[in-house]
Design a protein around this ligand. Structure first.
Ligand code: LLP
Length: 432
């Protein structure tokens, strides 16, 4: 993986990671603001500035913190949220509410009310009960809500089955079925308090092949044509989700955004031209591809155990609580000893976490310089779905997050404290 080394130490966006580990303690998430901004710049160049009437809505589930919302806002992007918690984070960060869109296959009434009260830009309907609910709330509050329908495009996706979402048998989306979808669309078009904009899909995540996206665009455009034919209604917006893959290890490919977006846009533009259809706005929702490679995690090495002829276990002071992806998706990562970043590999080890769980293995069989206690291990590409999926299992603390930017480092999330772990707990009188 690409890295900068100075005096044997790994630098991250100009900051000495060994110093960061010393100053802020480990485990520590470190994000490079410059890399996040570079990815946004690529998106602007390959999409926003290249095509008319297109938008990027960062999928905040990948990494949702107030500082991140500020970065995204400064890029002029919109924001996708999935829960009251993600919405709250965005609002507290001062994110313009009209640029927020909310997804979710089971939004609660409270989440819908909160979204409508604040005036979110779009609600993406993902259940058969939602149109009625939104219409009722909107009517009561005398508001009009922009709505898209998330459809299940029924494409099979070449990624881990746990993160593919567009196949027929999925909890996500409204099935493209005569008797289910069209009555709902008709209802949304006619419902009071609802402005029906169009369709949304998200085929899956961590893709390095554009075929699923392209297949889904075809399906969405067929649907657009069908809606015109049956209901004489022209949609004004299509949302193609996220899913663009990143590099976790040297084996992964990160395709340029244009690899996905150019042929997708070509299909949309060709359709509009052929059908004489007004070009709908096109929105994408990248999460991982904006933040994954910008983040690293620093851990300190403690216990070292050699099983002769089997393997050498090197244990870190965190694990699946700060990165559940290896345990959950068999995700592969790589890393370096941040304090020996200029030394050649000398041994093969397995990096294990400290959680009471056999699947708590961060990296299996990695070549590193001779590993010693107190070395700092830096895992690459942990920026997406690391902090956001962190847990307090075994009552470990959620680590701090530092934002590095050209040699300057700022804490953007403080490390949890032991008292915070129990602050919501109550001992009933009978047990006192
Ligand atoms: N839009 C929708 C509606 C989504 O469901 C997702 C991800 C995204 C956008 C962003 O996708 P991205 O560009 O990040 O691939 N925890 C899993 C990933 C789950 C993604 C779920 N939806 C992981 O760690 O791989």
């Amino acid at each position: 993986m690409d890295m900068t080394v100075e005096n044997g130490h790994l630098l991250w966006d100009g900051c000495d990671t060994v110093e960061l580990a010393k100053t802020y303690g480990t485990p520590l998430y470190v994000f490079s603001q410059s890399i996040i901004e570079e990815r946004c710049q690529e998106l602007r160049q390959d999409f926003v500035d290249k095509y008319d009437n297109v938008r990027v809505a960062y999928a905040s589930k990948a990494f949702s913190t107030m500082a991140m919302m500020r970065i995204i806002e400064k890029q002029g992007f919109s924001l996708e949220v999935l829960s009251d918690g993600e919405l709250h984070t965005a609002l507290k960060a001062g994110f313009p509410v009209e640029k927020i869109e909310i997804n979710g296959n089971n939004k609660s009434m409270a989440e819908l009310e909160m979204s409508i009260d604040h005036g979110v830009g779009r609600i993406i309907v993902d259940s058969l009960q939602e149109v009625d609910r939104i219409s009722a709330i909107a009517k009561e509050k005398q508001k009009t809500v922009n709505v898209l329908f998330r459809i299940t495009p029924e494409v099979n996706v070449n990624t881990h089955s746990f993160i593919s979402t567009g196949q027929k048998d999925s909890k996500f989306g409204i099935p493209i079925n005569e008797d289910i979808l069209f009555p709902q669309v008709e209802k949304a078009i006619n419902a009071e308090g609802i402005n029906f904009l169009g369709f949304h899909f998200h085929v899956g995540s961590q893709l390095d092949d554009n075929s699923a996206h392209l297949g889904a665009v075809d399906i969405a455009l067929d649907l657009v044509q069908e809606v015109k034919k049956r209901l004489d209604y022209e949609v004004s917006e299509l949302n193609f989700g996220g899913g663009f893959g990143v590099r976790y290890t040297d084996e992964d490919i990160r395709q340029p955004f244009a690899y996905f977006l150019d042929p997708m846009m070509e299909k949309v533009l060709a359709f509009c031209e052929k059908e004489n259809y007004p070009q709908p706005a096109v929105v994408i929702e990248p999460g991982r591809s904006i933040v994954a490679e910008a983040g690293i995690t620093l851990h300190t090495i403690g216990a070292i155990k050699e099983l002769p002829g089997i393997r050498k276990y090197v244990s870190i002071d965190g694990g699946m609580t700060d990165n559940i992806r290896p345990g959950l998706y068999a995700a592969k990562y790589t890393g370096v000893l941040a304090n020996k970043a200029d030394q050649p590999a000398a041994e093969k080890v397995t990096i294990s976490g400290k959680i009471c769980e056999s699947t708590d293995i961060l990296v299996k069989d990695i070549e590193l310089p001779t590993v010693e206690i107190d070395d700092v291990f830096a895992t690459f590409s942990t920026g997406a779905y690391g902090y956001s999926m962190a847990s307090n299992y075994n009552k470990l603390l959620i680590p701090a997050v530092v934002l590095a930017n050209k040699g300057q480092a700022n804490v953007i999330v403080k490390r949890q404290t032991l008292d915070q772990l129990i602050e919501n707990e109550v001992i009933p009188d009978s047990l006192k």
